[in-house]
Structure formats: structure tokens, C-alpha cells
Write a new protein. Sequence first.
Length: 202
Amino acid sequence: MIDKTSQLNKEHYNSKLKESLNSFKKNPIALKNIKLEMSYSKVIRLFYSYLQKLIIGHSTHILDMGCGTGALSVLMATHKAIVTSIDISEINIEITKLRANRNSIDNISTIVSSTADTGLNDQSFDIIYGFGIIHHLTEDIEAKTYAEVYRLLKPGGTAMFCESVINSSVLDYIRKIIPIYQKHNPRPSILQKQYKDFIKND
């Protein structure tokens, strides 16, 4: 039994990507690109680069939490890592399987699962990562996910999670604290007395 938010996420992605899956199945060359496109954001490329350094030359077991359509899972598998990809959405998992098959990747296993309760064995993974998944979780499920990561990670292993800062209230507040002194568009800190006047006239 999964929580209400996870169920809504599952239904959302299953609905959103159903047509994409059918389209991929009809197109024999779809999903055959396993390179990280330069158009991807710098953050994604840095994230991948760091993971790459961790796994090259090692026999590494990786867990991709919230794998989406499997692009990063397949990239990791090309470096001979043994990858387990989990996602709450059955459609995402089907696309991940198809992507792996289209690229002749056989060192990926897939599971439809919540990040909070994977059913996998203790201390099974050298690396656990998730890209852009935490903001989809409630605080309760987020806490359970971290506990699950701790349970699954081998001693000395690495866990990495990367989240967007777009619409982050914390980051917005930090930005407001730091004053801008440039001549053409100055802005006082929210901690300064003149900030209220600035907001009124902005």
C-alpha cells in the first residue's frame, strides 16, 4: 500500500507518458541515444561527471531512485556498473526497459517501487542517487526515503541527491538577504530599513 501522494505521482506519470511509450515502441530508432546531450543543464552534466568518476574502474552496484525514463541509468550501465532502477510509475519503468534493450544494455534491473520501501536487501549498493525526486515527496515519505537509503547503502558508500532550486523559498530568502549594490539596478537587503520603501516603489 503506497501513500496518497505517491499514488498521485504514479497516476500522473503513467498518464503523462503513456502516449510517449506507445510512440517509442512504434519507432525502432527511438531511445537509441545514450550520450548526455550538451543541451542538458550544467548541473546535470556535473552530477553525471561526478558519478562517472566514482564508478570507472570499479565493480559498482548502483541504485537509481526515481529513475524516470532511465536515461541516467543507461549511462551508468555503459560504464559496466550493475544498475537497479526504481520508479513509482510502471510506464517509466517500461520506457527504462525499452531504452536499455534498444541500446543492448543487460546490466540493468528494474522495479516498480516507492523510494520509501523498496524491498531490496540491506547494504546492497555502493552508490545511491536520485535526480529531481525529493520535491515530489511529502515530509513523511522523504524521511522514510532517507532511512531506506541508509539501510541500503554499503558502509563507505555514496548517496547523492540533486534538486532544482527553482521556486525555492529558502533560496529566495537568501537572495533577499544579500544586497545588490550595482548602479543600474540596486536592491537593499531585506534586513535593511530601506527595503520596505524599495518594495513599495518596485
